[in-house]
Design a protein. Structure first.
Length: 65
């Protein structure tokens, strides 16, 4: 009796189907009813302080050259 050996490669796994997510469903419904949320705003860095004094005229003239 002869035993056959298969030299085929293993099958690749199928891509997983996304599960139902309640959060995702609620967000989709809200977007349909209310519209998309407004775009995010840029928040300035809280540790960066503005200059204490305005630059003087001579300094402004020196920088422009």
């Amino acid at each position: 009796m002869k035993v056959r050996v298969r030299n085929k490669m293993a099958r690749k796994n199928k891509k997983m189907i996304k599960r139902f997510g309640a959060v995702q469903a609620v967000k989709e419904l809200a977007r349909e009813r209310m519209g998309a949320p407004p775009a995010g705003r840029v928040v300035p860095h809280k540790n960066k302080k503005p200059p204490k004094y305005k630059p003087t005229l001579p300094k402004l003239l020196d920088e422009s050259e």
